[in-house]
Ligand binder design. Structure first.
Ligand SMILES: [Fe+2]
Length: 582
């Protein structure tokens, strides 16, 4: 049975195919159309699936969409009617930045898009899966037979926070809070207040490590903790329930926490302290929910989903400070995951099919052949060598130990926002200067943001305060005190590291490079950052070659093809082509 998930008219559009309970592919449109968090109909992803995977709509039994239109319209209507006339502002452009108003007819737009793409109207049935159920459905590919599932995001069709119980092939909702009692929305609004943009919440999380508790106790007033493990957002401070992102805060917020920072203003202690207050208060709110859930329900397993579950600092605290023995966060916690989630929910919960798979790796994106790679290299006019397995891993490890910056492109792309070893830029974790070097030569990110360590799974507890694997980079535990000086480039200012564990079974080539590097240096940890520069993570070899040529990386490895050459003509062509992109 084939279930095709599709999302459009909202951020992170894309497609996912679940084939007899196993994900065949998960294609995020941004990887293909090169537009970050795109809202567009996933035409490029569909083309890739048709041409590469032989997708034929006539083989699809049912289509799922990760929003329930009835619930969404009801929530919109209620929000607009609730505080008239101010709440009419919610209808103005800019009140929502990540979603088109047209989403209220998402299924209709899916129908139109598919008709335009395939030219026939006889489509399979389109089933609408409630947004938080689609998030929670990642439970079906979790390692747990039963678990509590907590979903926290900006907002879904009927809620921003929901708690669920998953057992075998069922998920049942325990409770959900109001649409506007949203930790995700608050985080986004404070992110904008601090001069960053929507989807840059991770920068604020990193910034929080530089701050102190100046505003921490005052900020607690924003998120009152309610009985029974529930939370609320104090409407005395916020006005996004009437004005959305046009005017998210009331006067009381500015009196307490100062004016908004313009992006060109320097960051000061004041901004660090506000970021700290936000992060700390959100952590406490999540812990309040989690502790009560663990008190009331027997399960010792916790699954986290929704965009707030990208907060790896909070996730590490949950694991450390709650009674849950195991915490699992998928690689697709945010809305990049609801498309697959909608297919899983329908297949398992609605149709009652048995579970088929534990997701142990994230490599469900697009893969490319050797012919694709050499064609792209030839088109770019680059010289290259083919080096087979073991020698390639040794050469790459040598390059890393010599502090070269390596673009590492292998097999199928990762799904979700993190680069996890197939579309990664790798470098040496042993020298603090590597951070500045990667920033100056490749990434051009804020200097305070950390880079992530990738560690061989057998060594995780030796280097980090973590007793479980974390293949999806979802936790930021403390780096052990005696190891901080060994991997300084991977340690954030608060002593944590947003690590990724690497195991031989799920990524033998990546594992082999780190293993060879460990033989040379004695350190089983390398630095890993996403393969991109101010664009979506690279997808095909053309994207990787373009990024390599537009930046000052030293080495590019595409499958077994090894490149160190850059000629001025190739660089100029790559820059011109990138500037011409939409
Ligand atoms: Fe969501």
């Amino acid at each position: 049975m084939n279930v095709l998930g599709i999302s459009t008219k909202t951020h992170d559009s894309g497609i996912a195919l679940l084939s007899n309970g196993v994900p065949a592919f998960v294609y995020e449109e941004e990887r293909f159309n090169r537009e970050k968090h795109t809202l567009k109909f996933p035409n490029a992803a569909l083309n890739a699936a048709v041409n590469g995977q032989g997708l034929d709509l006539r083989d699809v039994d049912v289509i799922t969409a990760p929003w329930d239109m009835k619930r969404l319209r009801r929530s919109f209507f209620r929000s607009v009617m609730s505080k008239l006339p101010e709440s009419l502002n919610l209808l103005r452009p800019g009140a929502r930045k990540t979603q088109a108003t047209l989403i209220v007819n998402q299924s209709g737009w899916i129908r139109v898009g598919l008709y335009e793409r395939f030219g026939y109207a006889n489509l399979p049935e389109i089933v609408q899966v409630p947004h938080h159920d689609a998030h929670a459905a990642v439970f079906f590919v979790s390692p747990f037979e039963e678990a509590t599932v907590l979903v926290m995001d900006g907002y879904g069709d009927d809620t921003a926070t929901s708690a669920n119980i998953g057992v075998a092939n069922r998920i049942d909702r325990l409770w959900h809070d109001d649409f506007f009692d949203s930790l995700g929305m608050l985080y986004t609004c404070v992110t904008e207040h601090l001069g960053f943009e929507v989807f840059q919440e991770g920068i604020v999380m990193a910034l929080a490590a530089l701050g102190g508790p100046t505003y921490a106790s005052k900020f607690k007033e924003l998120i009152p903790l309610k009985p029974e493990g529930r939370i609320a957002i104090n409407r005395d401070y916020v006005s996004y329930d009437t004005h959305g992102l046009l005017k998210p805060f009331k006067e009381k917020f500015f009196e307490a926490f100062g004016p908004a920072r313009h992006p060109s203003e320097p960051l000061t202690d004041h901004h660090y302290d506000l970021a700290y207050a936000l992060q700390h208060t959100v952590e406490e709110a999540i812990l309040h929910m989690v502790r009560e859930l663990s008190r009331r329900h027997l399960s010792r397993n916790l699954v986290l989903a929704g965009g707030v579950a990208l907060n790896c600092v909070a996730n590490a605290r949950i694991l450390r400070d709650s009674d849950y023995e195991a915490v699992w966060v998928p690689p697709i916690a945010s809305d990049s995951g609801v498309i697959l989630g909608s297919t899983l929910y329908h297949y398992h919960h609605t149709l009652g099919n048995e579970r088929r798979l534990v997701m142990t790796h994230p490599f469900y994106g697009k893969g490319y052949t050797d012919a694709d790679i050499t064609r792209a290299l030839d088109a770019a006019g680059l010289a290259y060598k083919r080096i087979e397995g073991p020698e390639l891993f040794k050469q790459t490890a040598r390059d890393l130990s010599e502090q070269k910056i390596v673009g590492w492109f292998q097999d199928r792309a990762e799904i979700g926002p993190r680069a996890l070893g197939n579309r990664s830029i790798l470098s040496d974790a042993r020298s603090l200067k590597m951070k500045d070097l990667i920033n100056a030569r490749v990434k051009h990110r804020e200097a305070f943001r950390p880079f992530a360590p990738a560690v061989l799974v057998e060594h995780v507890s030796e280097y980090f305060d973590l007793e479980q694997p974390d293949p999806f980079m979802t936790m930021a535990p403390k780096v052990r005190a005696d190891k901080v000086d060994l991997i300084p480039a991977a340690v954030h200012v608060d002593g944590t590291g947003r690590l990724q564990t690497v195991d031989r079974e799920n990524n033998p080539r990546y594992y082999a490079v780190i293993e060879e590097y460990a033989k040379l240096t004695g350190i089983p940890v390398v630095l890993n950052t996403s393969f991109n520069r101010q664009e979506p993570v690279v997808n095909g070899p053309e994207d990787a070659i373009s990024c390599y040529l537009r930046t000052d990386m030293d080495v590019l490895v595409l499958g077994n093809f090894y490149v160190t050459e850059k000629n001025p003509g190739a660089i100029r062509r790559a820059r011109d082509a990138f500037d011409d992109q939409p």
